[in-house]
Design a protein. Structure first.
Length: 288
């Protein structure tokens, strides 16, 4: 049990080398890494983003991932009123997209951990070194998907990329489902551009993740455009102070382009860390 806890602790403390994550899908940019060749073991897209210029962190420009779209016809399909699935992993090899799923497990790193031991981790190993990104699922910061009704990734901006679904207490397990609002309008003929975001809560470098995808909405019953998103603000304990309506993704701790600044402590006595959860007024599930 101790060995399993140690391994899980190293995995969850995502500041460690080779322990970063992304939401993998055939519709993602940089599935093979920044190359035109097939790489079943690629992991360039999981690199965290920290203190970079806008051109570096925006859609992983620093390593060229934004220049490698998925093949024609590969999209993240978003059924209006339904749900879609991605695979959270540290490496493409740890998903069903490589080696026929040979190296994947229920967990993002391809390893196996006792479910009940994960739940006890925060009760038995509390110390500064064990304050991981998440000691248990209830402490995972939350992740989100956003959409821009642009087909050309170079025309996507923070002002037209709108968060449409959030999943509290993630990332955690490999398979992750997100809900799609029923009123999502259809994409243009060339599809839309989507993004996955995550801001880890504590442990190591205070970075963020911003992954691009080609996506398309199906089964639309509305043609009403999404509202222009506004930056989120810290509003823990003050719901009336939250940004109302459409929200931008969280852009934080970069050399330029941040849309939120926090300081001090949250209500739990921890350093404030912006996240896709109620502390910034993001609801769990789809935006109505």
């Amino acid at each position: 049990m101790i060995k399993a806890a140690t391994l899980l602790g190293a995995f969850l403390c995502l500041g460690a080398a080779n322990a970063h994550l992304a939401a993998f899908h055939k519709g993602m940019y940089c599935l093979n890494g920044p190359t035109s060749s097939t790489d079943l073991n690629s992991y360039a897209i999981v690199s965290p983003l920290y203190q970079l210029p806008f051109s570096g962190w925006w859609f992983h420009g620093f390593n060229g991932c934004n220049n490698y779209p998925p093949p024609d016809g590969d999209y993240v399909d978003l059924p209006a009123g339904g749900s879609f699935q991605v695979e959270i992993a540290s490496n493409r090899a740890k998903t069903s997209l490589s080696y026929g799923g040979r190296d994947m497990s229920d967990w993002p790193d391809g390893q196996t951990y006792p479910e009940n031991y994960v739940r006890r981790l925060s009760q038995t190993l509390i110390s500064p070194l064990s304050l991981l990104h998440a000691q248990n699922q209830s402490m995972a910061a939350g992740t989100a998907f956003a959409i821009s009704y642009q087909s050309d990734i170079t025309k996507v901006t923070p002002e037209n990329l709108v968060v449409f679904t959030v999943r509290y207490n993630t990332p955690w397990k490999r398979v992750l489902n997100y809900d799609v609002p029923a009123a999502m309008p259809p994409c243009p003929a060339g599809g839309c551009i989507c993004a996955w975001g995550w801001v880890p809560n504590g442990c190591g470098q205070p970075n963020m993740y911003h992954t691009p995808y080609k996506c398309r909405v199906s089964g639309s019953s509305s043609n009403t455009p999404l509202a222009t998103p506004k930056p989120p603000v810290w509003c823990e304990g003050n719901p009336g102070g939250c940004t109302k309506g459409a929200k931008q993704m969280i852009y934080w701790n970069q050399n330029e382009g941040d849309n939120i600044v926090v300081n001090g402590y949250d209500l739990a006595g921890e350093f404030k860390s912006p996240a896709y959860n109620s502390k910034l007024g993001f609801p769990d599930g789809m935006f109505s």
